[in-house]
Ligand binder design. Structure first.
Ligand code: NAD
Length: 314
């Protein structure tokens, strides 16, 4: 029986699950995300399972991939693939965009956003460093109780929706600014952006970066934030003014912030926010780890591999 030749691009956890889905009908090769290696492996391949997006699948790569029938992306985006050339060559491109139920259950970015919020509320970063240095003085780390406080969510899509569920479980009131959502659940209230910033104890940003959302959280908006509020951003660095955020943190108007994304990342050597967080424990920064969890990788790769199998059986 002929075995199809499948190339897999991505983290090792994904490779294991792709192999387990396809091993009865395919030989699966794990290829490093290096342009030349991908190009030469695809010359003989029938399918590509792409969980990486790190290599641009260009016209020239697709031109040379004589047997390729499908590129199955374990992501929602496929901007890294030359669509026109794929269409011309009859290569199917599949993504997870339509897999709404699967996407809804991918929670690592929402969970990290909540972890940052709690870490800011309880000053975890500073307290942990304090104990590592031999300290044991709790008076230096007064915590904020979440119960009864207000969370303002900017963006009420997948991640914003999960954040509101977590907040409700912690006894918080939730208000939302999202002009594109037509109806909100009864448990949350709509607000305009200015009111949300002026009245919320915690504010978390969950919108995509577009020309409309670039600098949406501007210096001006940050200067009107409720005194002592906490700001969380796991969306994209360019949505929040870094000058405004720094000014707020330095003045104490913003009591703490948690970020998983930065302007200019991954080139962060010159980032004033990174420099600030080296000296101050009220800013926690993580290196864009929100969506990165082997559990999630396994789920998305399984679905992408199933699509390859279906394509071969059609
Ligand atoms: P989503 O598409 O489900 O929701 C986005 C919401 O933003 C939508 O409801 C939309 O109506 C709303 N919106 C659009 N423009 C707006 C505006 N101008 N003002 C207010 N709301 C607006 O997206 P999601 O899956 O919840 O993801 C949100 C963000 O999280 C994205 O930027 C994504 O890139 C980021 N993200 C980061 C990580 C990470 O690793 N840190 C992982 C996954 C997603």
């Amino acid at each position: 029986k002929k075995k199809y030749n499948v190339v897999y691009l991505g983290a090792v956890e994904g490779f294991e699950v792709v192999t387990s889905v396809l091993n009865d009908c395919c030989d699966v090769t794990h290829v490093e995300a290096v342009v030349d290696k991908v190009a030469s492996s695809l010359m003989e391949a029938d399918a590509l399972v792409d969980a990486s997006m790190k290599v641009k699948i260009t016209n020239s790569i697709l031109e040379q991939a004589g047997n390729l029938k499908i590129v199955s992306c374990a992501t929602t985006g496929s901007d890294h693939i030359s669509r026109e050339k794929a269409l011309e060559r009859g290569i199917k491109i599949s993504t997870l965009k339509e897999d709404k139920e699967l996407l809804q259950n991918l929670t690592p970015a929402a969970e990290l956003s909540w972890a940052l919020l709690m870490a800011c509320a309880r000053k975890l970063s500073g307290a942990y460093e304090h104990v590592k240095r031999g300290g044991w003085v709790r008076e230096e780390f007064p915590g904020v109780m979440l119960n009864g406080k207000q969370l303002g969510l900017v963006g009420f899509g997948r991640i914003g929706g999960w954040m509101s569920k977590y907040a409700k479980a912690f006894g918080m009131k939730v208000i939302v600014y999202d002009p594109y959502v037509s109806s909100l659940p009864e448990s949350v209230e709509a607000a305009n952006l200015e009111d949300l910033f002026a009245n919320s104890d915690f504010i978390s940003i969950h919108v995509h970066l577009t020309e409309d959302t670039r600098d949406l959280v501007s210096s001006k908006l940050l200067s009107s934030i409720k005194k002592g509020a906490v700001l969380i951003n796991t969306s994209r660095g360019d949505i929040v003014s870094q000058e405004g955020l720094l000014m707020g943190l330095k003045s104490g108007r913003i009591s703490a912030a948690g970020l998983d994304v930065l302007q200019g990342e991954p080139d962060i050597d010159q980032s004033p926010l990174v420099q600030y967080c080296r000296e101050n424990s009220n800013l926690i920064i993580t290196p864009h780890i929100g969506g990165f969890s082997p559990d999630a990788v396994t789920l998305v790769c399984k679905r992408a591999a199933e699509k390859v199998k279906k394509c071969f059986s059609e």
